[in-house]
Design a protein around this ligand. Structure first.
Ligand SMILES: Nc1ncnc2c1ncn2[C@@H]1O[C@H](COP(=O)(O)OP(=O)(O)OP(=O)(O)O)[C@@H](O)[C@H]1O
Ligand SMILES: [Mg+2]
Length: 340
């Protein structure tokens, strides 16, 4: 029997999912699998499986706590992957595992899209970016910082509909405005305050990371470079974003990127200002989108016969992907703020 034909059966959020054993994508924590539900014939879902054996126990527990909190508290939004419940096997042993049932976002990640398209024309980036801003604004309004705003954490459908995913590093924003002191995200997207090792504002750091995403889409490279976390941090702290070779981008886009990648947090523009920025206001409105609404059932019931499923998505060898992987490897397991 071909590997793809193997199936796992699991009940998540009161619904039975039949999950493909082979994953179609992987992150640093989990493998992501397609799944179907008998009550929704013809629909495809995604199930992320995080196995304790594959990460440190501390990062596993934090990931589960964070993803659970955000997935149950951030209301549905057309530009955020909907989650339909989670299930955890917990017995304190190596086979502890966490299952998150989600809407399946069809398409490719923004990393794959950027690699495939090379430098994306401004007019094409604009409607995509507008959706990214809407998604992040929604997360912040719900009281969370995402803290992992990266190219691979957006999926773009062939029709142009964008979805933000992966809340495994998110944290609640403190109403008193207190700042975060840990940074578990990817170094390439870290803001100067994170690199300086000082407490940082979650909204401002997410906005900086979104500026990095925008830069990558129009430039096909990251705005800051370094051979290791230390030199990358120095570059983020001391060097202006590298606009070299981007002479043909509009003055409006350059001003938006400059505002988002402003090193001083109090001078950085806000998400509301991004939304009102001239470059975005000229955007063609995106088409109305279908937002499937399946409310998670109140209780998780049981899981059956769950094995491991760990095949990886093929990786491209592009410079941006290599930079992503290198930074993730160096950075991922650290919970300390980066220090230059
Ligand atoms: N609901 C979904 N629909 C479609 N693809 C998805 C979905 N969830 C995740 N993916 C794919 O799986 C990849 C890994 O998922 P995710 O980012 O949630 O895992 P992770 O282990 O937390 O990753 P990270 O390395 O960013 O911490 C994503 O980059 C994306 O390609
Ligand atoms: Mg991810």
């Amino acid at each position: 029997m071909a590997v793809r034909e193997l199936r796992l059966s699991v009940i998540i959020g009161g619904q039975r999912y039949t999950v493909e054993a082979e994953s179609f994508a992987r992150g640093s924590y989990g493998s992501v699998h397609k799944a179907v539900r008998p009550d929704e014939p013809g629909s495809v879902f995604a199930v992320k499986i995080v196995q304790r054996a594959h990460v440190t126990t501390d990062s596993y527990r934090r990931h589960v706590r964070r993803e659970n909190a955000a997935c149950s508290c951030v209301p549905l939004h057309p530009n955020i992957v909907a989650s339909y419940g989670s299930y955890e096997i917990y017995n304190g042993w190596e086979n502890d595992a966490y299952y998150l049932a989600m809407e399946y976002a069809q398409g490719e990640t923004l990393l794959d899209y950027a690699n495939r398209r090379r430098r994306v024309p401004e007019d094409e980036v604009r409607p995509i970016f507008r959706q990214a801003v809407a998604a992040l604004h929604h997360v912040h309004r719900a009281g969370f910082a995402h803290r992992d705003v990266t190219l691979p954490n957006f999926v773009l459908a062939p029709g142009g509909h964008l979805k933000l995913l992966d809340f495994g590093l998110s944290e609640r924003l403190c109403p008193t405005g207190a700042h975060f002191t840990d940074f578990p995200g990817t170094a390439l997207y870290a803001s100067p305050q994170i690199c300086a090792g000082i407490a940082y504002n979650g909204r401002g750091a997410d906005l900086w990371a979104l500026g990095v995403v925008l830069f990558c889409l129009v430039a096909n490279r990251f705005p800051f470079h370094g051979e290791c976390v230390s030199t990358l941090s120095r570059c983020i702290l001391d060097t202006p974003p590298n606009f070299a070779g981007l002479g043909d981008i509009s003055a409006q886009l350059r001003s938006l990127l400059g505002g988002m990648l402003e090193k001083h947090p109090s001078r950085r523009i806000t998400l509301s200002q991004v939304e009102q920025h001239d470059w975005l206001r000229t955007a063609v409105p995106t088409a109305p989108v279908d937002c499937p609404v399946y409310l998670p059932a109140a209780t998780a019931v049981s899981a059956q016969d769950l094995g491991s499923a760990t095949s990886a998505r093929g990786s491209s060898s592009s410079t941006m992907e290599q930079a992503e992987q290198q930074a993730a490897q160096i950075q991922r397991c650290s919970t300390d703020i980066l220090r230059a």
